[in-house]
Design a protein. Structure first.
Length: 250
């Protein structure tokens, strides 16, 4: 069930059976020569929509812009500062808490969001911890899951692509978008075939170290069949994980 295609009465009825909502969260940032700028939002969104169909979970609109300051050296990349993203998450969760939602399952597509989303969760819990409402167990619970860490996905990526999977503009994520959006498949020459690796600092430094945007990957190996296998593997893990999170009592 998608929030954007629901009426308020349908949401009210949903709340009689579940207090959990899924929030896909990603990023709008360069993904190398053949990766889509929307990759990190498209992947968790596609998985979340399928999760919604399989489990009946309510899926919130995707938070498509994340913490991507290091990608700003490439046209089209957009970032929220960590402090802004924390406020976005806080306001979204607090809005939904007003209506009775208690569990927030964030399905993430971008490694650069992890620290900031975790900090946002601490801000959320601090609201009750610093007030008189501290509850044990906490009424509001947030969980962050990275789609690529769903059971078996990293192992499968490694089997499919070996070292060439890399850590940004990975073969796995590019494959997943190729499976979900075959009309948007791009091809490009990779030079060198496997991109360099190294630390991440600011945008100018990133562009110097990783001139075409990739880190450690050779996404010319990406293909829709691999994307399908990864999608199905990730979905299996996420369905189990979501079901556990939404049903555990304490
Ligand atoms: Ni990515």
């Amino acid at each position: 069930m998608e929030l954007r295609f629901s009426t308020w009465q349908e949401v009210e009825r949903y709340l009689e059976t579940s207090k959990t909502i899924v929030l896909p969260i990603g990023s709008t940032e360069q993904h190398g020569p053949n990766g889509l700028i929307g990759t990190d939002a498209l992947c968790p969104e596609a998985l979340a929509l399928e999760l919604g169909k399989e489990t009946g979970a309510l899926i919130a609109p995707t938070i498509s812009v994340g913490m991507a300051q290091h990608h700003l050296g490439f046209p089209g990349s957009i970032t929220l500062r960590p402090s802004t993203l924390i406020q976005v998450i806080l306001d979204m969760v607090n809005s939904l808490v007003q209506h009775g939602f208690e569990r927030f399952y964030f399905l993430n597509g971008h490694g650069g969001n992890i620290a900031t989303v975790s900090a946002a969760f601490s801000e959320i819990y601090a609201q009750s911890s610093l007030g008189t409402q501290a509850a044990e167990p906490p009424k509001v619970r947030c969980l962050l899951r990275n789609w690529w860490e769903a059971d078996g996905v990293m192992k499968l990526s490694r089997e499919l692509f070996g070292e060439a999977d890399g850590s940004h503009a990975t073969c796995g994520e590019v494959s997943l978008t190729q499976y979900a959006y075959p009309e948007s498949i791009k091809s490009a020459e990779m030079n060198p075939p496997i991109a360099p690796t190294g630390p991440i600092y600011d945008a100018a430094d990133y562009r110097r170290r990783f001139p075409d945007g990739r880190i450690g990957s050779n996404p010319s190996l990406a293909n829709p069949d691999a994307g399908k296998a990864l999608f199905e593997m990730a979905l299996r893990g996420i369905v189990l994980d979501y079901t556990r999170f939404s049903s555990v009592k304490s």
